[in-house]
Design a protein around this ligand. Structure first.
Ligand code: CAA
Length: 258
């Protein structure tokens, strides 16, 4: 596919944003291709997805500034909606999504990584929301997800100052879970994805839904969401397999995704 490559390795899918001449910046074509690539992920077979960028310099250097520069208010709103719809889709995708941030994650790139369930990065990664320096606000979810991830104060500081941060600071503020030398990033992402893929897929999906949906509501409503999704697991084969294996002291477990 044009700007996005998709590769399946066993039960792990890898989406690579491939527009290196523009540091993988998100123009409309990249957004469309990413959306289409998600359509192609068979979530019955694939149990965890990795999103990364082509090359060793940039994950995604933001939304495409050249494309945005002449937009009208209405066109900018539509462009924002296009990015937001895609990132909301990633956030609620049926299987966990890991951002393997292999370099610049600026503006829309930082926002893309934040729509993923988990972020890990290479030691040359740079995160930031530079938009106010361009005369705009973050437009693909940055004003919403950054505060949820790193807290209101740090999010406001990053967005108002438009200052980029390096991998070690991203780790310190909890924006990423781990930092690796560049060559070790994809092996680490795959290892994590394979670890997820070994667990019961319906349980993982229900856990993702419970965390995401519960985060938006009161703790009481969140508990009710959890109870229902917890209960649903007890109608699955994989619950019987997982608990049966424990009780029978059996190491081998075969989760069939039903
Ligand atoms: N949009 C369009 N093109 C971009 C781009 C972007 N966000 N980022 C990089 N490019 C292009 C450059 O224009 C350049 O193209 P040419 O070779 O044709 O001139 C090419 O990628 C390489 O970039 P640089 O020469 O600038 O590379 P560098 O190593 O000197 O700098 C960088 C790297 C610091 C990441 C720099 O490219 C940069 O600052 N990019 C812009 C980052 C940014 O501001 N991102 C936020 C965009 S706004 C946004 O994302 C809004 C939103 O929330 C929806």
């Amino acid at each position: 596919m044009g700007f996005v490559d998709y590769q399946a390795e066993g039960m792990v899918g890898i989406l690579t944003i491939n527009r290196p001449a523009a540091l993988n910046a998100l123009n409309s074509g990249v957004l469309d291709d990413l959306n289409a690539a998600l359509d192609g992920v068979d979530v019955n077979e694939i149990r965890a997805l990795i999103i990364t960028g082509a090359g060793d310099k940039s994950f995604v250097a933001g939304a495409d500034i050249a494309e945005m520069s002449a937009l009208t208010k209405e066109e900018a709103e539509a462009f924002g909606r296009k990015g937001n719809d895609l990132f909301l889709r990633i956030e609620s995708f049926d299987i966990p999504v890991i951002a393997a941030v292999n370099g610049y994650a600026l503006g829309g790139g930082c926002e893309l990584s934040m729509s993923c369930d988990i972020r890990i990065c290479s030691d040359n990664a740079v995160f930031g929301q530079p938009e106010t320096g361009l005369g705009i606000t973050p437009g693909f979810g940055g004003t919403q997800r950054l505060a949820r991830l790193v807290g209101m104060g740090m999010a406001k500081q990053m967005i108002y100052t438009a200052r980029n941060i390096k991998a070690d600071e991203a780790l310190r503020i909890g924006l990423v879970n781990a930092v690796y030398p560049q060559a070790e990033l994809m092996p680490a992402a795959k290892k994590m994805a394979e670890g997820i893929a070994r667990n019961a897929p319906i349980a993982v999906a229900n856990a993702k839904k419970a965390i995401n949906d519960g985060y938006q509501v009161s703790i009481e409503e969140g508990a009710a969401i959890e109870e229902e999704l917890f209960g649903d697991c007890f109608e699955t084969h994989d619950q019987k397999e997982g608990m049966g294996a424990f009780l029978e002291k059996r190491k081998e477990k075969i989760f069939t995704n039903n």
